[in-house]
Write a protein that binds this ligand. Structure first.
Ligand code: C2O
Length: 571
């Protein structure tokens, strides 16, 4: 009797605990209302588009393995979509978000529910609007903690802070890009950089709202830095404190110590910081890494304050004692940017695909469209009466307008795209030399590159010096990739393959393609869908610096794209 009771109790307890285990993976429901909100910055109020009236938008905090269900309602006057930057979206491609790639935009008055699961990713990602330039104010952090019961690969930090770097225009960003699209010229550069939405002490009408990041003497905190700027790579530093990099793009890295970070738009970097300095106030600062020669850029510096709790100052004392300002690299300090980007390693040996099924060589850079003489005055205000453009392998990517690519692919709608994106540029040239002007004008098209499920892919990304060379943050949706190597000049298959790190290359979703240089990435196409790869400088996406991979289904439900959700917006 007692024995029966004990076994029943035991199995009951086992059942409860296994249910408890399953229940560990949570589902988080959120409402995102995209709406107009008055925001005052740089002495002026703008009617900006936000999520839930917040700028930056809400931080989504989850554990690895959790599911997110986000109901987006568009109460703004623009089309909108939301992209969950870096989330792998395995089989849930309909929730990825780039407009006309995986969905048609959510029209004003419309809504759409994004459902997806975070799996195998830990660290920091972020979400942002993926239509026009709305992401200037429509973005927020995604903080992914280890699964309940799992630990960080470093001592648990005392505190955890998000630092989202942004860019602010003293104008409506949508008007800025519309004007540039009309004229063909480069859009106006921003008027401020921001940290968690605030420009900081070095701008007018801003210092009373400067962001304070608290720290206590002796503790080690985790700072999650996100570059959410539209068009600018940024250097980031904190006065007198060393930064230990432990993660990037929601993958852990082999820890290394530095005083300066460089992040391209799209990238995240998790750092540990130890409060080992005299209690006081230290500036956290970011400013441009601008690699394009002669091109205008926003040359201002955003700041926040790292404040030791024992040093919290009264208004009177604050006025007299300024926080300590750190040195920052010069805007054109490519050596510092390179030293940083080449320091990344995976924490341990990883499985890099060695046999390659699809080997691509993709040039990435700007271009110029000549104009017929009579349209010049109005629409051709780019260099010497031309229009700016950009391309990959000489194809300037054009978004479809009546179907999303994923829909057209899944429903076999003809005429929306062609499958002839070339695996190499149409002509070989000295990519980083003095490129003949006859090669400056790309063709236009909605071309995709098809991949079989499970294909092992290598891409040599090659920057060009067409019009001007610059660093491009190249982002691939739906995947993380290994970065095997990077370098300057033209990629040389004879000598540069020897530089490939096949042991512990970092896993990321955005690679900084060096100015006048190259980078090599590899991934396995284990996620069916339509995945855009593009430069994360928004000005370049608009000009066509993008292409799309169409990845087939594999076998069984784990390798098959889900059915489109019933509320998927149609065009
Ligand atoms: Cu962070 Cu296609 O974007």
């Amino acid at each position: 009797m007692a024995l029966v009771f004990t076994t029943t109790l035991l199995s009951f307890l086992l059942l409860v605990s296994s249910l408890g285990y399953l229940a560990n993976a949570k589902t988080h429901n959120h409402d995102f209302v995209v709406q107009q909100t008055n925001i005052k910055r740089l002495c002026k109020t703008h009617n900006s588009i936000t999520v839930n009236g917040q700028f930056p938008g809400p931080t989504l905090e989850v554990n690895n393995g959790d599911t997110l269900v986000i109901h987006v309602v568009n109460k703004a006057r623009y089309n909108v979509t939301i992209h969950w930057h870096g989330v792998r979206q395995i089989t849930t491609g309909w929730a990825d978000g780039p407009e006309f790639i995986t969905q048609c935009p959510i029209r004003p008055g419309g809504s759409y529910t994004y459902r997806f699961t975070i799996s195998g990713q830990e660290g920091t990602l972020w979400w942002h609007a993926h239509s026009s330039w709305l992401r200037a104010t429509v973005y927020g952090a995604i903080v992914i903690h280890p699964k309940l019961g799992d630990s960080y690969p470093f001592p648990k930090p005392k505190r955890d802070s998000v630092i989202a770097l942004g860019e602010w225009w003293d104008a409506n960003p949508i008007d800025v890009i519309r004007e540039a699209t009309r004229t063909g010229a480069a859009p106006n550069v921003s008027d401020a950089y921001t940290i968690n939405g605030q420009p900081g002490d070095l701008y007018s009408c801003s210092s009373k709202d400067t962001v304070i990041v608290p720290i206590d003497s002796g503790e080690t905190n985790l700072i999650r830095v996100i570059n959410a700027a539209l068009n600018q790579q940024l250097f980031f530093t904190i006065a007198n404190h060393k930064l230990t990099v432990v993660g990037a793009d929601a993958s852990y890295v082999k820890p290394f110590t530095t005083s300066v970070l460089m992040l391209g738009p799209g990238q995240t970097t998790d750092v540990l910081i130890k409060a080992d300095q005299a209690p006081g106030r230290y500036y956290i600062a970011a400013r441009a890494y601008a690699s394009a020669q002669g091109a205008p850029f926003d040359n201002t510096t955003t700041t926040a304050i790292l404040e030791y709790k024992t040093a919290t100052c009264t208004a009177a004392k604050c006025a007299t004692s300024k926080p300590i300002m750190p040195p920052l690299p010069a805007y054109n300090d490519t050596a510092t940017a390179t030293a940083f980007t080449t320091s990344f390693r995976s924490p341990r040996k990883v499985m890099v695909p060695t046999e390659i099924d699809d080997s691509l060589f993709i040039t990435a850079g700007l271009g110029i469209n000549q104009c017929p003489p009579k349209t010049r005055a109005r629409n051709c205000q780019g260099p010497n009466g031309t229009r700016f453009t950009a391309s990959m392998n000489n194809v300037s990517f054009v978004l479809p307008s009546n179907f999303s690519l994923l829909q057209a692919h899944q429903q076999r709608v003809p005429g929306v795209f062609t499958t002839d994106f070339p695996a190499k540029p149409p002509v070989k040239f000295d990519y980083t030399g003095n490129v003949s002007q006859s090669l400056w004008q790309p063709s236009r098209g909605t071309k995709v590159y098809k991949l079989k499920y499970g294909a092992r892919v290598q891409i040599v990304l090659q920057g060009t010096n067409i019009f001007t060379a610059e660093n491009h943050p190249i982002h691939l949706h739906g995947y993380d990739f290994y970065i095997l190597a990077e370098g300057f000049g033209n990629f040389n298959p004879k000598t540069d393959t020897a530089k490939f790190n096949l042991v512990d290359p970092p896993l990321r979703n955005t690679v900084s393609l060096p100015v006048k240089g190259w980078a090599v990435i590899r991934f396995v196409a284990d996620n069916p869908g339509a995945w855009i790869m593009h430069c994360h400088l928004d000005v370049h996406i608009g000009w066509g610096l993008a292409m799309v991979f169409l990845v087939d289904n594999g076998i069984g439900p784990m390798q098959t794209l889900e059915k489109p959700p019933p509320d998927l917006p149609v065009c």
